[in-house]
Design a protein around this ligand. Sequence first.
Ligand code: AMP
Length: 421
Amino acid sequence: MTLQAPKGTFDWLPPRSERALAVREALTAPARRAGYGYIETPVFEDTALFVRGVGESTDIVSKEMYTFEDKGGRSITLRPEGTASVVRAVLQHGLHNGQLPVKLWYSGSQFRYERAQKGRYRHFWQVGAEALGSEDPALDAELILLAVDGYAALGLTGVRLLINTLGDRECRPVYRAALQDFLRGLDLDEPTRQRIEINPLRVLDDKRPEVQERLAGAPLVVDHLCGACKAYHEEVRSLLTASGVAYTDDPRLVRGLDYYTRTTFEFVHDGLGSQSAVGGGGRYDGLSEMLGGPALPSVGWALGVDRTVLAMEAEGLFPGDGEQARVQVYGVPLGEEARRRMFLLVTELRRAGLAADMSFGGKGVKGAMKGADRSGASHAVILGERDIAAGTAQVKDLVSGEQAAVPLAEIVMTLKERLDK
Ligand code: AMP
């Protein structure tokens, strides 16, 4: 048997892979327009970054990391998310010593050893945006809006926004204690009981129906917020409303990473089955300090490219792209000399800004014309021995079937005129 891609991974192949590129482009364009700069961090980091940054009690760190020792004896981990790396890079390069907030966006592979199923992969693709170093509800609202605008630009109508607040270092501990008291009184399995002691908020995130049933009367963070957190959250909500963004308050929304404070949000799509989250994020005011940096209140999101493509497919938003043209012009050389000349002609066409391809492998006219059809090109340039002798080539409109001899020196200009609309 030939080798297969590892379990939980898949290949993006054309033409479907174009959808992923379109999604990356559309989801990040609003952030770029809002002054976010591109950052690219390594795909692997010192393991300690994620243990400290994401949190030891999270599923990600405790069960899902791809960790290995490199040849120099260092513990290395393939990144399971982007935020910790972005904060590390900001601190390392002192970006926070300049103008605040530092606004950055990224795009790339993430790795989590998860139970693989549709929409949940071990290697997946996220785009992200982070605004670091500023405590301002307008920034939380801005980031949410940028994601909302990204989904809208893709034509998605089924994305719903859920928001919540998790409080801050003033009110969160009080709430945490109240929640622990409540949870300790419930009949829960041992791993969940342990979670109560380490990270009780995560128990609220348990998806099992029998657990959810028992959580019915659990205290909610909204009832324990300090005045500052309450006002902050009200301002975020009011800015969203003023911008025409619809959202649902979800007092149980906690999310799987430890670093969140105050605003948390998630984008869900109902066409995706159990893996319904297409994106999420929130405020992480304490993360920089957890990584040894100064206080750097920040907010950001990560949106799943794979799941956004699935959501678009669920909404039927890629009509007819299976027939999408790969190129505009296709060269059909007949004979050895014609192949050399066609190679140069196609190069010229490409340099002139047209998408062009040609038949390779010495195919006869029938095979080459089939290639022209499959390429989706609207025009073929056919070059035979007689054409070469006459200093011309046949330019064929593949839609109308019309064909005319054009002097070789005028081919590029002729096609540019016809195709550059
Ligand atoms: P998170 O970093 O867990 O907040 O995830 C942010 C977004 O990334 C989610 O809403 C998903 O769209 C996507 N995502 C997270 N984990 C996976 C996965 N295992 N497979 C595919 N997409 C994922």
